[in-house]
Design a protein around this ligand. Structure first.
Ligand code: NAD
Length: 260
């Protein structure tokens, strides 16, 4: 049990990568808050964890709303007594060529990915400090924290930005044992990616099979998707690592699509 009794808040945990992280943390003894815009889906994940003998609560949270973030974190602290791990994972994708990118969509992307990471960090850090035990903050970046792709100006900008936030939080948190790291997955076949396949096929004028083989997986070493399990394993490593030796880092998990 690598996270016995650790209180873990995972945003965007009602689906995809966040859900797998929540299930993994609960199996390792964590008390997990499933924080998501979609409260009903979050409740189903919490119910699944509780049915398997774990500890979890679902909480409604729009990560772009300071009031909702603060209220949800307060709710978790009231229920479980603190916060030890934050996984800032909630995210969406919107693709357009830059000259057609609606400004409203650009602002929405930066709000979910960057404001969401900032607001959840700001709300959790005081509790990590107060406990005297520090904590682990994990940002869900992407290969697009390191590399660019066409049509993804807002996503690439936001995901690069998370690395700057992470490094700053790592420096500010060092003295009190708060670690911050970024996970940078390659393509994982979640609803977020399923939605992109037809969209990219249309924008690029190619078939959906070509989007998968010639765009998404072209640069990998083996033509394979990264899995939610792969990403959850890395999240567990960052969450349970015991010292400041591992902080301010970004780890790419992408079947070799991007090599540093
Ligand atoms: P997903 O669509 O399966 O899940 C995203 C979850 O975030 C959903 O449950 C959704 O309700 C929630 N969400 C969306 N907006 C929110 C908001 N404002 N407040 C709270 N919750 C909100 O997506 P996923 O693929 O699991 O993506 C999770 C994270 O992983 C994202 O940050 C994404 O950018 C990142 N990522 C995904 C991939 C991939 O290939 N799937 C690769 C690299 C990085």
């Amino acid at each position: 049990m690598k996270l016995q009794n650790k209180v873990c808040i995972v945003t965007g945990a009602a689906s995809g990568i966040g859900k797998e992280i929540a299930l993994t943390f609960a199996r390792e003894g964590g008390k997990v808050a499933i924080a998501d815009l979609n409260k009903e889906a979050a409740q189903l994940v919490a119910d699944e964890i509780v049915a398997a003998g774990g500890v979890a609560v679902a909480t409604a949270m729009d990560v772009t709303s300071e009031d909702q973030v603060n209220a949800a974190v307060a709710e978790v602290v009231a229920a479980y007594g603190g916060v030890d791990v934050l996984v800032s994972n909630a995210g969406i994708q919107i693709v357009h060529p830059i000259e057609e990118f609606p400004f409203a969509d650009w602002k929405k992307m930066l709000a979910i990915h960057l404001d969401g990471a900032f607001l959840t960090t700001k709300a959790c850090v005081p509790h990590m400090k107060a406990s005297g035990n520090g904590g682990s903050i994990i940002y869900m970046g992407s290969v697009h924290s390191k590399e660019a792709s066409v049509l993804k100006s807002a996503y690439v900008t936001a995901k690069h930005g998370l690395i700057g936030l992470c490094k700053t939080v790592a420096k500010e948190g060092g003295k009190v044992g708060i670690r911050a790291n970024v996970i940078c997955p390659g393509f994982v076949r979640t609803p977020l990616v399923e939605k992109q396949i037809p969209e990219q096929a249309k924008e690029l004028g190619i078939s959906e099979t070509d989007v998968i083989q010639k765009v998404m997986l072209k640069e990998t070493v083996d033509g394979e998707f990264t899995t939610v399990r792969d990403v959850a394993d890395v999240a567990l490593m960052f969450a349970s690592f015991n010292s400041n030796a591992l902080t301010g880092q970004s780890l790419v998990v992408s079947h070799g699509w991007f090599m540093q």
